[in-house]
Design a protein around this ligand. Sequence first.
Ligand SMILES: [Cu+2]
Length: 146
Amino acid sequence: MIKFSTPILLSMVLIATNGLAKDWQIQMLNYGESGSMVFEPDYIHANVGDTVTFIPTQSGHNAKSYIVPEGSSAWSSKLNQEHTLSLENEGVHVYYCPPHLMMGMVGVIQVGNAKNLEKVSSKYPRLRSKIALQPERVDTTIAKIR
Ligand SMILES: [Cu+2]
């Protein structure tokens, strides 16, 4: 049996902890850096095992999935409530705020590789057709997928 000294054991625990999941926070805002009715940040590149928490910083918003990675279920948060999502599969989540889709309140969570990129390409035009204001801003968000 290998015996580790306490400091070595402790540093191993710390390394393991650092390698563990990250909780990302996305704020739902009436006004953010890129304009009105936004998720901030609008794009994150996370890893499998991470979690994302939607923060109702300002009221009147929620987040609902439009596209999810293969193997993941559709999801939705409740209006004005904090919601944590576990990222269990590799791929892209495209989501929107139902009350403000028309105003381009859309966000992207990329988990690892964009394995479902084809699905994003084929399904995004239908979502975009419902955006009346600043669809170009959403195009910019979608273009961050890599
Ligand atoms: Cu909203």
